[in-house]
Design a protein. Structure first.
Length: 256
């Protein structure tokens, strides 16, 4: 089994979370592992030099807790944190383990989160806080993990005349009691708008209990002999939903 090299502490570490391949460190520092990694850093078992990885959620004040669950990393702040993973987040956030970007989950904790743990799709937090989301909550809280959204890849045979519809399926990992809104827009790949497909953008609402939605995009047929082409559907979050995979790829299979 690989074990990440644990960096020698020259600064304060308050939260440590090992996984099989990585080690997360939260604390009060501007640099760690030879990189500028404000208050949170990740180390890889496969980098024997002990350099921090590229993962960089950039918390704006001392962090005190970290826990990894699936493709999310939960981060707790020491009481004065207002930005984590590129978003305004008071002392508690969930960020992507791939990109370090915060998702829509936003509990809003008024003071320090000293310990975090995730079990059976619930997040447990303990600390010196007295309110969460503006409601009285002292010292301990538990939350449902945010529902996670995935966009499927699709393939469509081009056709020789008219248009076809490709259907991207957006699926939540579980039904939620909250309404969720996500924004979507197509993006050129090797297929270009408007020649190959119709630019499509908008919002989708998942009402409480709903788990799947479809986005339809028009694809233009032609009789040109060419390579298969592809474009993307990019989905971004609103509150509550975490984007596990926010990019769907539509492959237009040439038939000429
Ligand atoms: Ca064709
Ligand atoms: Ca063609």
């Amino acid at each position: 089994m690989h074990r990440p090299p644990i960096p020698i502490p020259t600064v304060s570490y308050f939260g440590i979370a090992p996984t099989q391949d990585t080690l997360y460190v939260a604390g009060g520092f501007a640099h760690l592992g030879g990189q500028e990694r404000p208050n949170v850093a990740e180390f890889s078992a496969f980098d024997l030099d002990g350099d921090a990885t590229l993962w960089n959620p950039q918390a704006d004040a001392t962090m005190s807790a970290v826990a990894r669950s699936g493709d999310l990393v939960y981060l707790g702040g020491s009481g004065t944190v207002t930005t984590i993973g590129g978003k305004s987040r008071n002392n508690l956030a969930a960020v992507s383990a791939a990109t370090g970007t915060a998702n829509g989950w936003n509990p809003d904790v008024n003071a320090g989160v000293d310990t975090l743990s995730v079990s059976s799709k619930r997040v447990y937090a303990g600390g010196s806080f007295t309110s969460i989301g503006g409601l009285d909550q002292t010292g301990f809280a538990s939350f449902s993990e945010p529902a996670k959204l995935r966009v499927d890849n699709v393939r469509v045979t081009e056709g020789d005349s008219g248009t076809k519809l490709v259907r991207f399926h957006l699926r939540l990992s579980r039904a939620d009691e909250e309404t969720m809104v996500v924004a979507f827009a197509t993006k050129d790949g090797s297929a270009h708008r408007p020649a190959d497909y119709g630019f499509t953008k908008g919002f989708l609402v998942f009402l409480p209990g709903q788990r799947a939605k479809t986005v339809e995009v028009k694809v233009n047929a032609d009789v040109l002999a060419e390579e298969n082409e592809a474009f993307l559907l990019k989905v971004s979050a609103a509150d509550n939903v975490a984007i596990a995979d926010g990019t769907g790829r539509a492959t237009i299979v040439d038939d000429d």
